[in-house]
Design a protein around this ligand. Sequence first.
Ligand SMILES: CC(C)(COP(=O)(O)OP(=O)(O)OC[C@H]1O[C@@H](n2cnc3c(N)ncnc32)[C@H](O)[C@@H]1OP(=O)(O)O)[C@@H](O)C(=O)NCCC(=O)NCCS
Length: 168
Amino acid sequence: MKAQIRPWKNEDAKALAYAANSDKIGATLRDGFPFPYTKEDAEQWLSFNIGKEPVTNFAILATGQIVGGIGFLLKDNIYRKNAEIGYWLAEPFWNRGIATEAVRLLINHIFSGFDIDRIYAEVFSNNPASMKVLEKNGFQLDAIHRKSIIKGNHILDAYHWAKLREGL
Ligand SMILES: CC(C)(COP(=O)(O)OP(=O)(O)OC[C@H]1O[C@@H](n2cnc3c(N)ncnc32)[C@H](O)[C@@H]1OP(=O)(O)O)[C@@H](O)C(=O)NCCC(=O)NCCS
């Protein structure tokens, strides 16, 4: 399914809270993604992001509707040529190619607009769908950080997937 990404807008709070309100989304993300995801949580996210330069967090849209979020973090010091990406999608829209398309759009945006040579993502070992999204976008598995994650009561491995700027 065709996806678009665009910066968050003030009027997105209701649609964001609706899309994000599932306990399955935060289960494979770092702690902090709320459940239940209220309109107040959405407003807090929007006020944190709107007006910030550069824009690093985007809404994912499919058929004009907000269905998820995607963003990146510019790293610093010796890692300043790296950007880490993260993304999530509303559960009813899983397995339709939307995250794959959103990641493709984001990596084009990063490589064309920033002095970044390496884009990476850290995926929990119990998240094969996300690894597939990265693989379909030309990412390679660089490392497995064994038992580095604790999520709830579960100890998990972290899979580090990376894509280098073309020609490097
Ligand atoms: C991970 C996530 C973003 C994937 O989004 P999506 O739009 O469903 O992804 P896509 O449809 O583009 O691709 C998913 C691929 O994984 C495959 N897949 C799904 N479940 C799978 C499983 N259990 N085992 C193996 N492959 C699986 C799909 O078949 C698809 O591959 P295909 O196109 O070759 O058939 C979504 O599940 C999500 O938001 N999860 C919660 C948050 C999260 O984990 N974010 C990423 C953190 S690193």
